[in-house]
Design a binder for this molecule. Sequence first.
Ligand code: CTP
Ligand code: CA
Length: 224
Amino acid sequence: IIGQRYLQDYAGRRLLVTAGPTIERLDAVRYMTNHSTGRMGYALAEAAASRGADVTLVSGPVQLTPPKGVRVVNVESAEDMFEAVKSRMDSQDIIIKAAAVADYTPESRLEGKLKKQEGNLELSFKRTTDILNYLGEHKTHQYLVGFAAETEQIEKYAKDKLKKKNADVIVANNVGDTSIGFKSADNAVQLFFKDGSTRVIEKMPKLDVAHEILTALKKDDHVR
Ligand code: CTP
Ligand code: CA
């Protein structure tokens, strides 16, 4: 078809993408979050849908319009995201964890609005569920794509995550470089596959990076 950049190479594939930050509520008016804009995850959802995939986008709170033809599930906290992914994992072929999930959440949610007092405030945080780790432990047939946001020792940490979380590939992101990653329109990533192969995707707009990632997954014949 004229004007169509990509073949329908994901036709019939069911793909779930998580995107954006999570927000962890402290009290009635305050929360903890991060700088993720959701753009990389939304770009992946858009790219996959345009290539024929049946896409579910599990999204934290972002300022983006969901791509057309994508099923959207909006969530807030890491725990909400975990439930949303867990309940849908069985029906997916590919799960891409692009979300910047909070690692910690307040140990207890304060009722109402916290009033200020003399002296320092001390809060206690507990670990959230590591969703990718859960998927790695419980996957049956799903192809698992994790992300790794790193500021240093990118290759080492990405490979550690690949192994520890039993993912099929890790997409490593240098979040220390402000010209790419979190807030930027561009991204540059490196893929680390389970079989030891790697692929570099040079700096380009996030939608192009998304297409390159999907092509890399296909080309290496990791996703059938
Ligand atoms: N992830 C997840 N659930 C969490 C935390 C992270 O599913 N509670 C996923 C992310 O979506 C990403 C991958 O794990 O796909 C790696 O996230 P990252 O923050 O880079 O690594 P962590 O394992 O959380 O380790 P650290 O933050 O200490 O580097
Ligand atoms: Ca983390």
